[in-house]
Structure formats: structure tokens, C-alpha cells
Design a protein around this ligand. Sequence first.
Ligand SMILES: Nc1ncnc2c1ncn2[C@@H]1O[C@H](COP(=O)(O)OP(=O)(O)OP(=O)(O)O)[C@@H](O)[C@H]1O
Ligand SMILES: [Mg+2]
Length: 650
Amino acid sequence: MADAPTAVPATPNAVGSAFEGMGSHIAILNAIPAHVAVLDHMGMILVVNEAWRRFGTANSLQSEDFLTGHDYLAVCEGATGENADDAAEVAVGIRAVLDGRLSEFDIEYPCHSPTEERWFRLLVAPLQLGEHQGAVAMHVDVTIRRRAEVEAHRLASIVESSEDAIIGKTLDGRVTSWNRGAERMFGYTAAEMIGTSITRLFPVTRLAEEADILDRLRHGDSTEHFETSRVRKDGRPIEASLTVSPMRDSTGAVVGASTVARDISDRKRLERQLLQAQRLEGIGTLAGGIAHDVNNALSPIMLAVDLLRMSPQDASSRELLDAIDSNAQHSADLVRQILTFARGVEGDRIDVNVNRLVSDVERTALGTFPKEIEVRTSVADNVWRVGGDPTQLQQVLVNLCFNARDAMPTGGTLIISADNVTLDTNDAGRYLGAKVGPYVRLHVEDNGTGILPDDLERIFDLFFTTKTVGKGTGLGLSTSLAIVKSHGGFVRVDSEPGHGTKFDVYLPARTSVVHVAQDRAVERPHGHGELVLVVEDEPSIRQITQKTLEAFGYRVIVATDGAQALAIYEQHPDEIALVLIDMMMPVMDGPTAILALRTLNPTLRIIAASGLVRSGHDATASLGVRYFLAKPYSVDALLAMLRACLDDVL
Ligand SMILES: Nc1ncnc2c1ncn2[C@@H]1O[C@H](COP(=O)(O)OP(=O)(O)OP(=O)(O)O)[C@@H](O)[C@H]1O
Ligand SMILES: [Mg+2]
């Protein structure tokens, strides 16, 4: 490598000698940290400063080419590799300055070494050298500024691509920056928001919050994970978690705030659903206990009515009996609904034709609703079937339609529809009880009074009603929810006070083979003198059951608890054909007695009875007892079950 003198004119030609006159400035050139070279009118390097030379050496450039006496334009034009395009542009620029076509040329270009990324800015300015025009070329290292720019750009793109809304504002609440997350979350574009007040996003009831937030900011305090509500551009409310931090200038003074806002509407909805589910569970346990006792009181009444009907009566007694019967039935229905809610429901699980379900309910609605209510139904083509109990599902739809009717006292439109939906993980995560997969969605919509937000949280509560006494018991929705849950489904409500309400019932769909349900015939099968052991602690039920069975051809022995039942069975093991046993008794309860009886006779025919449908059923099933009688039972149900159990092939 030739060791050319630094900042010493090479005096290769006349222009060079003109430059000699500037010899006193060479010390100045050397003091400049930028890489400086003086070019003659042809682009030949006349002089380079110390920094230029050092750079060339440090970077193992072909130093010769960059030192005095070399044609800088030719070097640039001949450049190869990554920077060839920039170098060619430099050559064009320098030539334009030398020719007087440009008063200055300025370019920024990358000049990365193998170990670091670097950028330079080249400034070329004309320099009169005697009668010719040369130029000064100066390369300034702008790497630090470029890195800062890249970093700022990277930060900006993180902010831009964030899912969260990131908003900048001044201390008087004017928006200064608005990222894409904010656009998505609030529906306003940056152009719409910047320069306007952040309080546009506040619901009226929350306006006071801003003063507090700004006050904290002025004191340099931030507000973290503050949960509140805001309003989108389309008017929809959203629940948001906000973290507002002070932004400071270089002197440390607070000049504004950055807000990171996250939409937590989904999380809040799930939290509410969970709380509601727990509250319902609590109410259910309480109600279930009461319902159980009422059930026990109703059973003998209902059985007695059936028995009394069998003996001749005068007209007025018959009327009284009818009244007792219908009231007892009504009470039993209420109790059943409460138990449905409290314990969940048992029921058939057959393929239910949704088309038929909707048309049956439509018929009920058209037949009984006032003419001012227009009923519209639509069922999507090829709607899937659901596995369930058609009577219960019909009850759900009827309850929803009755509520809709009550919400439209002066008339309106009731829409009942059904369609198929397939939930993805996103959907499933949003609703308690929802799973990924196919559902049939039953939709009931009215344009009635709507439901106030505070009420909306409670409508599924047992006995929650806004109707006057006699108009509503508050059982409709709680029962419906219990039914839907027992079918593996869930319910969504959307209501706008003054505008109407939409209920969506999602039921897991059966997308495969269709089974047709068989109607079960109801008969009153008699006994043929079989001996039945009735185990029941409640005297009235025991007595009436005994009378009923005897009236229908059975012989009966009674026991008041499990221990007594065992003793009796041990005396008549060959005669007793069947044991009808209550599950909840003092001294020895049903399950214990059943286990003991089974050790005496593993094939003994047993029917277990209980008012707690779900738990009773589960308990008997786990004991291997296949016959379960739900209380309160009718004569028909009792006789049918007895016959079925006795005729069962063991
Ligand atoms: N479509 C609706 N529009 C307006 N409010 C409704 C609607 N559906 C339910 N509600 C509100 O929810 C409450 C509870 O409904 P639910 O069906 O459980 O009981 P109810 O209708 O009052 O009485 P019941 O159904 O036992 O006769 C209602 O009292 C009413 O305030
Ligand atoms: Mg109702």
C-alpha cells in the first residue's frame, strides 16, 4: 500500500498549484472529524484529510484508490458489490456539481463493515480552484442518528402493531397519538381522534374520571389497570382496563400522558357468568331442600285423589276432587320446575326435529297471543338435529315466547328462528359452558320493553320477576336455563331497554344419523297378587302407596326405615317379589338398606324413589338399581314402573 502524504497537495497539475495557495488551511482540514477530500474539475483527488486516510486504512480499502492523484469518479463508477448503486449515484452527483449543474449534492448511504452497521452522509460542494471548478467531498458518519431513527421506527411499529390501544394525550386531554389498536378498539381513525378531546370516548356517567386521571398525572403519578367503561364510535359500550402514565420532556417536566387501554369486555362477561352460575347454585341448593319437603307433602294428596276417584261419588264431591287434583298438579309442576332448576333435569335424549319444535311453538304463539303481536318464524335449510327431550325443549321456547309476549303489551313482532352454527375456540372461550363444535341456535327476539342492565344480571335467578303477583313467578328463565344446561347448551341474551330483547339458545347439534322416537304407551297395568315391600318414612305416602298398590292387585307389607325393611325381608325372603324404597330416610337410609338387601339377595327387584331427581338417579344407578321413581309420582307412573320392574328378565 503506497503511503501517500496526508493533507499534502500532490500538485499533479495546474489546478493543484492553485490549491497550494490554500496550504495554510490544511491544518484545519485535518482537524475536521469528517472524511474530507478535495477534487479537481475532473474528479481527481487533490488532497485528503487525516480522517479520510484513517478510514481508508482502518477499513482496508484499496487505499491507493482513495488517495491523492486518483480519479474518485472512476473509483465510484467502478464499484461493485452491495453499494455499487449508491456509488454510481455518488459519481453522477459529483459530476453534476463539477459541471455547475448542482450547487450541492447530498446523499446518505449505508457502508456496513463486517462487524457493524454504519451509515454515512456525503456532502459535495463546489470549490473554485483557479479558473476551474473543483469540489469538496465530505463523508460524515451518521450511524448514531440512523440507529436512533431505526430504534424509533421499531418502537413505533411495536406501538402500531399492538393489540392494545396506545394513546398519547396532552395534559388537557387532547389526543396526540392514536395507534391501530386504538382504531380497532374504539372504531375511530387516528385522523378523527388526533387533536380532539379524549372524553369523546367516555360515557356521560364517567366524565368525572378524566379530571382525577389528569390530576394524578400532573403530580407525576400513573394510574394502573384501572377498570372502567368507554363508548365506541358505533355507540357500543366496552369495558376497558387502562394504564395511564405521565410523559416527560427532556427536563423531566410532565407534558402529557400515554394511555394503554385493553378491551376486557370478554373477560368481564365471563366473570359475571361465573358469579351468576355460583349464585344460581346457591339458590338451587336452598330451593331444592324446600321443594323436597313440599314434594313429600304432595305425593299422598295426589295418590289419594286417584284412589278416591275409584269409588262412586256425587257430583259435588267429584268437583272438589277435580279442584284438589288440579291444584295438586299445579303445585307439583311448580315443585318440579324448582327441582329442575336446583338439580338439573333428567329426560329423554332422542333426536329432536328442530323444524317441528319451532312450528309447534309457533302454533301455540299464534293461537294464544293477541293479534297485535306478529309472529315470524324461520328455520334454516338442513338445520341439524339436537339430542334432547322435545317436551323440555319446547318448554324452553314457550317460556321465551311468553316473556316476549309480556314485554310487548301493546303489540310488536316476535321472531323465532333456528340455524346452524359451528363454534371455534374463540367463540367457545367467550361463553361459559360453550365448547368448540356444531350447535343449533334457537333465536327468540322481540321489540318490546327490553331489560334494564341491572335486571339483566338477575333474570335467570330463581323467582326473579318484574311482573306483578299472579302475572309471573320468576321460574320461566331459571327452568329454561336448567333445561338448556342439562342438554349441554348455553344461553346468550342481548337486550336494549326500550328496543327489545334477543335470546339465543345454543344446543349441541347432532350432525349424524337420525333416530325416530317411540311414543311410550301409557296403561294401568295390574298386579297379580305379588307381595311388595314398601319402605317409606313419611306416613301419608306410605299409607297411600299401600292403598294404591292393593287397589291394583298387589299385596303390600310396609316398613318405616331401612332397618325395619331388612328385618321384614329376612322373614319373607321368598315371598317378597319387589321392594319399593325411599332414598332418604332416618335410621337406615335407602342406599344403605339397598346394599344390605342386595347382600341377602343379589337379584332382588328394587325400585328406588326420590324427590331429588338428578342426585337420586345417580345414587341409585351407582348402587346398580335400574328402576328409579321420581317423586311425586302418579298412580300411572307407580304402576307402570312396578310392572316393568317385575317383568324385567333378570
Ligand atoms: N323478552 C323479555 N323482555 C323483557 N323482559 C324480559 C324478557 N324475558 C325476561 N324478562 C325479564 O326477566 C324476568 C324473569 O323472567 P322469567 O321468565 O324467569 O320469569 P317471569 O316471566 O317473570 O315469570 P314466569 O316465567 O315464571 O311466569 C321477567 O320478569 C322480566 O323482567
Ligand atoms: Mg316467564
